[in-house]
Each structure stands twice: as structure tokens, then as C-alpha cells.
Ligand binder design. Structure first.
Ligand SMILES: *[C@@H]1O[C@H](CO)[C@@H](O)[C@H](O)[C@H]1NC(C)=O
Length: 493
């Protein structure tokens, strides 16, 4: 029936895309999806490699759009422990086939192109999976704004800005400059929404009372900081009528603001992360300095009701994407890691100096799927398809469309063929000495990961079988969620 031989055939998968679920075979040729056919109808075709999925879920590979790798020190102490090699190795072992990392502009640099060059240099020949970059803007000079057009030419269609952190925080007028330029160049703006001045003030209140332990990190950043900044970001984007994406939303209050904006028709998109679906601030209140492991920003919230609200927001469409915000710091490291916040006069550390972030690129998919709360299609939508659409990678990534999509696949274990087991850091592939989820039980794990038709992860036969340097820089187009608009006109007001 098919005379041309395929490079690989995946038989009998329960193939899940954001569009449908069905029992299919998938044939792969030259790194692309070649065809989908009824289950076991391809069992006799010629192929270099045959994988029997035995009815297991087969999904478009995970797209993790929020991963910090190889970044210079931005906040004083602390340096991400993963580079493009260890971070992407961890990604494929967890079923993620495309990552988007950051190219941070140095605040003293009037240009953004050096940042892009440097990040591309670090990533070249280093990655196990495909990758792209978001430009992190800390100094939106006239020159930097003019260079947005160059970003687009070079296949970068997203930027990130901060409303907090003294060394990164932009003023509202700067945010408006960025958003207006992003509107012109069809660039998606990601916003870290926490009120930086409120945070500094809260931190000073706590420090004055010598309340310094890791758990006070959560106290210093209550929900109101996040919801205020979220509201302000929405208002700023409304003024210049351009889409925004609020990253790592943690709180019901902020989620509500986003929902209200969406209901009124504004192009406001939102991301959440596993740390806001599984962790509460209790994780920061551990003996000694241990709580520092779960210090990330925004912090994990108060209790079960908050977690529930985030899950509900994923189910009801408030959240467009679910990323890891993998931000890896080694715990037991006094120079670049979490323990750099410990000093002689503060033996339990000072929370304001704890590097902010948790690892998670490898555990994202297994934790969320194992929670068995989202429908398989919703799971694929928020972890693969929507990030691909939002960041201009679709349908090359995030889909299984014959002739169009790269053959990036995550193949799970068949139902009840794997005993539920505890996740342990020792089994993971990043360069960090802990995970926030040590011991949490998962019921499934990616058995195979394929990137452009090549098996790069084979859990039962060799583990990481891909090659460092195989991963390619993927040029991105504009977001599927933004559209060309006429020039913004101030006189309209
Ligand atoms: C959807 O979820 C969000 C976030 O939890 C919540 O604010 C909103 O009320 C929910 N909307 C509906 C219609 O359930």
C-alpha cells in the first residue's frame, strides 16, 4: 500500500492532540510527520525503526516556553546551574522537545543584539532538543526599540519585561514604550507582574524586625503585589491595544483580574507553573534553611483553595500555557547557589538574598499528567500546542499534522504497565542537587522522546540516547494570537 520506506513508525498509539484523541499509527519521514493511519494498519510497512506504543499516549513533544539557562548573574548572587546542555538533557528526559530560554540584555547596554548573539553563542552545538530565545529587556532605549525589527528577522518574536527586581524593573512609561513597539513589530510581550516598590517596602519592614528566614519570602510578596501589578499591566496593554502574556501567575486574585480582562475581550494571556499547582507556602517553612529550596517568585500561595483555583483556571481557559519556569540554583552552594544567602550574622540566611527559582523542566509533564485532573487534550493544549501557537512555532511544533509538523513525540507507558513511583532528584538529568517534589508519586513517565524523528530518550534502553548539539535553533514567526494592526493613534483619546 505504501511503497516508500519510512524512517520510523510508531504503532498503536492513543494519539492525543489539542484537536482530538484517536488510536493511530504514525509514520515519520525526514524528521517530519508523514502520515497518521488507523492503529496497526502500518504494521507491515518498511521502516528503519518500529516503536510499538501498545496503546499508550503519544503526544506532540512538550514545549516548555519558560526555561532559564546559562544566564549571567543578574541579581547579585546566584547563577543558574544549568546550561543549554544540561537543561535540554533534562528536558528530553521529561518529554519536552522544544524549550524557549532567555537572552538577557545587560542594563548598561543600549542595544539588545549583543544579548541575542551571546545567548545564541552559548546554545550553539550545545542542546539535545530544539530551542528558541526570548529577549529579556532591561533597558528599552530608542536603539533597543528600533532593534525589535531585527529580532523578528532573526526569528525571535517575544520579549520579557519585569515590573520588579531593582536591576530589571521598568517604569510604566518604559513599559508603554515597549508595548507600543511590540505592537508595531508583532512581538509578544511577557510580563513578570509583581509590584517592585511594594516588595522593597515589605522587605524592609521584615528586615527591621529581623524576620529573615526563608519563609518570610512569602510574607514579603503577598497576593496583592501580584494582583496590583497584573491589573496595571492589563491597563497599560489596554491603552496601546496590544496583547500581553502574564507569566507565572500564582494567585487567585491575579487570575481573577486576568479572567475579567479576558471576559471583556482584551487580548490578555496567562501562564502558570507546577509550583503553583502543587506547592504552598508551607514548603518554605522547613527546618533550618531547607525552605530556601522552594523560594521562587511569585511564591507558592497559602493553601489548598489557592491551588484549586489555579487548576480551575487551567480547565476553564484562563491560563493559556503551563510552563516550568525552570530556574535552577544549586542548594548546597555558598557562592552561586541558594546558600549564598547565609552569612555569619544570619545563619538561617536572609530571604532577600536567596536566589529566586526552582528546577522543573524535567518534572513538568509527568507531575501534571499524573495528577489525572486535566483531560488528555487539555494537557496537550497547555503544555505543547498553545505555547507553540503563542510563540509562533505552530504547526512546526505542538501539532502532528502530516507534512507540516516536526516528528517531535512524547510516548508514555501503556496504562498500568508502570507501578506508580516516587520522583527522586537522583533519577533526573539537570545540574541541580534537589527538586521541590522529592518523593511525590507519579503514575507515568515519558518512555520515549523523539526530536525530529530521532529517538533521543529511551527510558528502558540507555536513557539519554540523543546527542548534544542535535538540537537546533528554531526561527519563530509572529504569535498566532496577535494580528497586524493599524498604527496606534494617540488622538483617538
Ligand atoms: C475560571 O478560573 C479563574 C481562575 O481560577 C476564576 O477566576 C474564574 O472565576 C473561573 N471562571 C469560571 C467561569 O469558572
Amino acid at each position: 500500500m505504501f511503497d516508500s520506506a519510512f524512517d520510523c513508525v510508531v504503532l498503536d498509539g492513543t494519539v492525543v492532540t489539542a484537536a482530538d484523541v484517536g488510536r493511530y499509527d504514525i509514520a515519520i519521514k525526514d524528521g517530519k510527520i508523514a502520515l497518521l493511519a488507523p492503529a496497526r494498519s502500518l504494521s507491515k510497512v518498511k521502516a528503519t525503526r518500529i516503536i510499538d506504543a501498545q496503546g499508550a499516549y503519544v503526544m506532540p513533544g512538550g514545549v516548555d516556553a519558560h526555561v532559564h539557562l546559562s544566564e549571567p548573574q543578574l541579581f547579585g548572587k546566584g547563577r543558574p546551574a544549568d546550561d543549554f546542555t544540561s537543561g535540554s538533557r533534562s528536558a528530553i528526559a521529561g518529554g519536552t522537545t522544544t524549550i524557549i530560554a532567555f537572552a538577557p540584555q545587560d542594563r548598561s547596554d543600549p542595544s539588545i543584539l549583543n544579548a541575542l548573539d551571546e545567548a545564541q553563542q552559548k546554545a550553539r552545538d550545545a542542546a539535545y532538543c530544539d530551542y528558541s530565545l526570548h529577549l529579556l529587556i532591561s533597558n528599552p532605549t530608542e536603539q533597543a526599540l528600533e532593534e525589535f525589527a531585527v529580532l523578528r528577522e532573526r526569528g525571535v518574536s517575544s520579549i520579557k519585561i519585569y515590573m520588579t527586581y531593582e536591576v530589571l524593573q521598568l517604569r510604566d512609561n518604559q513599559i508603554l514604550d515597549v508595548l507600543l513597539q511590540a505592537r508595531k513589530d508583532l512581538i509578544t510581550t511577557m510580563i513578570h507582574a509583581e509590584n517592585g516598590d511594594m516588595l522593597t517596602w515589605m522587605t524592609e519592614q521584615l528586615e527591621r524586625r529581623r524576620l529573615l528566614a526563608p519563609k518570610y519570602h512569602a510574607t514579603s510578596r503577598p497576593q496583592i503585589l501580584e494582583s496590583e501589578a497584573t491589573n496595571r499591566a492589563i491597563a497599560l496593554s489596554q491603552l496601546v491595544e496590544t496583547p500581553i502574556l502574564i507569566v507565572h501567575v500564582s494567585s487567585p486574585l491575579a487570575a481573577n483580574n486576568i479572567r475579567t480582562a479576558q471576559t471583556s475581550g482584551l487580548p490578555v494571556f496567562a501562564e502558570t507553573c507546577p509550583q503553583y499547582m502543587f506547592l504552598t507556602r508551607k514548603a518554605l517553612d522547613q527546618p533550618g534553611f531547607e525552605g530556601a529550596k522552594c523560594v521562587c517568585s511569585p511564591p507558592p500561595r497559602d493553601g489548598e483553595a489557592d491551588l484549586e483555583s489555579i487548576w480551575r483556571g487551567i480547565e476553564n481557559g484562563t491560563f493559556t500555557i503551563l510552563s516550568s519556569d525552570h530556574c535552577p540554583f544549586i542548594y548546597d552552594d555558598n557562592v552561586d547557589g541558594k546558600k549564598s544567602a547565609i552569612s555569619e550574622d544570619a545563619p538561617l540566611g536572609r530571604f532577600r538574598y536567596i536566589p529566586n527559582g526552582c528546577p522543573g523542566v524535567e518534572t513538568r509533564l509527568a507531575l501534571v499528567l499524573s495528577a489525572d485532573r486535566l483531560s488528555p487534550q487539555k494537557f496537550v493544549e497547555v503544555t505543547s500546542t498553545n505555547p507553540a501557537k503563542l510563540y509562533g512555532l505552530y504547526p512546526q511544533k505542538g501539532a502532528l499534522i502530516p507534512g507540516l509538523s516536526d516528528a517531535d513525540l512524547t510516548i508514555w507507558y501503556p496504562p498500568s504497565s508502570l507501578e506508580p513511583f516516587p520522583v527522586t532528584n537522583s533519577a533526573l538529568h539537570h545540574n541541580v542537587d534537589y527538586i521541590p517534589y522529592e518523593g511525590q508519586i507519579v503514575s507515568n513517565w515519558p518512555r520515549y522522546t523523539l526530536v525530529r524523528g530521532e529517538v533521543v530518550w529511551d527510558r528502558d534502553n540507555g536513557g539519554i540516547v540523543g546527542r548534544k548539539g542535535y538540537g537546533q535553533f528554531v526561527k519563530r514567526g509572529p504569535s498566532a494570537f496577535c494580528r497586524e494592526q493599524p498604527e496606534w493613534d494617540v488622538e483617538r483619546y
